[in-house]
Design a binder for this molecule. Sequence first.
Ligand code: UDP
Ligand code: MG
Length: 207
Amino acid sequence: MWDRCIRRFSDYIIKMLPEVVFVLGAPGAGKGTQCSLISKEFGFVHLSAGDLLREERQRPGSEYGEMIEEKIRNGEIVPVEVTCSLIHNAIQKSGKTRFLIDGFPRNKNNLEGWERVMADKTKLLFVLFFECSRDICTERCLNRGAAGSGRSDDNLESLKKRFNTYLNDTMPIINHYDEQGLVRRVNAEVSPEEVFNDVKKIFKGLD
Ligand code: UDP
Ligand code: MG
């Protein structure tokens, strides 16, 4: 009797937890573009870890501004304490229940930090993985830079470093989730509309 009660109560608590989808893929794979489409059509809140860090970098009085800028320019990854608390605050501030976490977790430190602080406060639905070749991604980022993205890392030198970090640090995280059957792959080498057609099939599968 008590067992059943406790189980039903914990099921209830799990249902109330904010639901998250991690969105991963190489720089320039189209994570941000697809996330805005998903958030419009399916009502998820789009939280870009990179955007949150760029905002924090600009915040007057931030003690992390310089460190963040240096990491971003060098394609390195900011310590998880900073990123995770920005994500946590954004989730709490939104008052919403479903989130796309774009560009996170990117390495082992990110994964461990998330598991330590956030994993039991949220429910991970799946990991959306945009697959795109290095050449196409590099071209997209360079075009984005040339079109005035204003990003200090949309240049060839930073891109080389970002790609190395992606291959060495982020791919193992994707493989880790793949082993748990949590990865949903999408071919991201086609137009945004075509990519979104495949993405929709995945999100329509949710209730
Ligand atoms: N970044 C980080 N931790 C994160 C997300 C981003 O340190 O969880 C930093 C990292 O230096 C990365 C940069 O922010 O190269 C840009 O990330 P963003 O996701 O905006 O780039 P994208 O992959 O979308 O091109
Ligand atoms: Mg992005």
